[in-house]
Design a protein. Structure first.
Length: 78
């Protein structure tokens, strides 16, 4: 499921939402369905690697890398 950013035309709210293809998104504040999909801002340069490393450490703690060997896990989690 992709995450999209939306802007509500009715109440001027901005929010992110995970949306399935068959789902009609609605505003969290007022419930309106007339939303404008907004282009997401990208992460600042230099922070992307830190974010990726943090996400990999969390995945390792939760056991999501259990299908890799110990040597492969060490390379992924750096």
């Amino acid at each position: 499921m992709p995450m999209y950013e939306y802007h509500c035309k009715a109440c001027d709210a901005d929010f992110e939402l995970l949306v399935r293809a068959s789902t009609v998104p609605a505003c969290r504040q007022c419930g309106a369905t007339e939303l404008e999909r907004v282009v997401s801002r990208i992460a600042p340069a230099g922070k992307i690697e830190a974010i990726r490393a943090s996400n990999r450490r969390q995945a390792a703690r939760e056991g999501h890398f259990s299908n890799f060997s110990a040597a492969e896990r060490a390379k992924l989690i750096k």
